[in-house]
Ligand binder design. Structure first.
Ligand code: ASP
Length: 327
């Protein structure tokens, strides 16, 4: 009898939870949503997130508030969302670092593939190799020679292990076979401030953070990591053109929710993301920053799941070959 009552109680609780999750999904969203950005305010991911969040808010009829939780290359913010209540009111906008940190970190506070639900891909942002304005070299070849000749003093800024700038910096050091001193920040927003102030020498950072500064001539640009030159930076050669063959990387961004978030909610967010990515203001601002919104077919839970899985597989051997891990 006692067992029967316990089973009955458990079944009742389970049905109640299911009912409230479904009922919640039907009225979702009925209050403010928090979107965690795992990097500092004012940086490239923050810029992308705020544009998308503003437009999604209009479509959802509820505000999406952006919260910056920077540190440890994006893993702190991702961990925060992994532990949040799975009701659709805490979501994460992260980038390629979601995949690379799975191999870079010996221990993460979350399981990358099993602690999240998927919303969709947002955009794939090219990177640029840039330097403080008064660094002498005028082209990439000159920069490589300069770096090699001054390898004990040249500093490279990044947003911590697992950040896009870290990945790109690692690729650069390995391409030119030279180890440099890296200076980690909580995001490339503050790193850019130091590059502008001349406190660090070089950085490889997303166009969403560098385009305006390059156009204004406040930093020097040596190359892009895109397959072709960018419309917004026609003077800047691709890395391949400038002598680093195969030096290509795109920083894909995506939105996630904690594991257990109802599918109706992630589907609703995905639809809203698709609307935002066609918003003329978002399209125009992305274009000014050197990037393009993902098509509808990529802004879906299934496309993101496939992307994350394949990117983890893609970067694992590269990271193992570099042999640089974080604890
Ligand atoms: N996305 C980071 C930021 O927004 C920079 C990086 O990943 O390198 O600051």
């Amino acid at each position: 009898m006692k067992i029967f009552n316990t089973v009955l109680a458990v079944t009742t609780i389970a049905s109640a939870c299911l009912f409230s999750a479904t009922a919640g999904a039907q009225t979702y969203p009925d209050r403010t949503i928090t979107m965690v950005i795992p990097f500092s305010a004012g940086g490239p991911t923050d810029t992308v997130a705020r544009l998308v969040a503003e437009s999604m808010s209009k479509d959802l009829g509820q505000q999406i508030v952006v919260e910056n939780v920077g540190g440890a290359g994006g893993t702190l913010g991702a961990g925060r969302v992994a532990q949040a209540h799975p009701d659709g009111y805490s979501i994460l906008l992260h980038h390629i670092g979601m995949a690379t940190s799975a191999s870079l970190y010996r221990k993460l506070a979350y399981d990358t593939l099993n602690d999240f639900e998927y919303v969709g891909l947002v955009t794939d942002v090219p990177m640029t190799i840039v330097a403080r304005k008064d660094l002498e070299p005028t082209d990439l070849k000159g920069l490589v020679d300069y770096i090699k000749a001054n390898k004990d003093t040249v500093t490279v800024a990044n947003a911590g292990i697992g950040a896009a700038s870290h990945l790109c910096g690692m690729m650069l050091m390995s391409a030119i076979d030279t180890q440099l001193t890296t200076v980690p920040y909580k995001g490339t927003g503050p790193a850019m401030t130091d590059l502008l102030g001349g406190q660090v020498d070089i950085m490889c950072d997303q166009t969403t953070n560098t385009t305006k500064q390059i156009q204004a001539g406040t930093i020097k640009a040596y190359a892009t990591t895109s397959p072709e030159r960018l419309k917004v930076l026609p003077e800047v050669p691709t890395a391949a053109e400038a002598g680093l063959d195969g030096f290509q990387v795109g920083i894909w961004h995506a939105i996630y929710a904690p594991k257990g978030t109802p599918a109706a909610v992630t589907e609703r967010l995905s639809k809203s993301l698709q609307v935002a990515l066609k918003d003329p203001n978002v399209v125009a601002r992305f274009a000014e920053l050197g990037t393009v919104p993902s098509p509808d077919s990529d802004a879906t839970p299934a496309a993101l799941k496939a992307k994350l899985e394949s990117e983890i597989v893609r970067w694992k051997p590269v990271i193992e070959a570099a042999g640089q891990y974080a604890d």
